[in-house]
Write a protein of this length. Sequence first.
Length: 105
Amino acid sequence: MLKAFKKTAATQIARVEPLGVEFEASRGERLLSAALRHGLEWPHRCKVGSCGTCKTLLISGEIKPQLDFAYVLTSKEIDEGYILACQSILKSDVSVRIVHRKERK
Ligand code: FES
């Protein structure tokens, strides 16, 4: 398992399934920003919550959305647990699954 962090009280851990890759996000840091800082290839384009390219399935844990995901995601996707990585601050350790282009609807 690849770990790219040193857990402290000021960090949350994001685990990317099914790869088992883990990285840390600093307090207040967005999921996409933390992933890119650690060199992960995470699908993204706008980074401001308008394109939906960073759509990610939140498997477990809690995030704080920085905008209303309903502008980009359907209510069904939100109910299923999808989030926008570029607009999500971790409130706890999380497990997520990146949605790759071929899986997009
Ligand atoms: S990168 Fe465009 S919505 Fe997140």
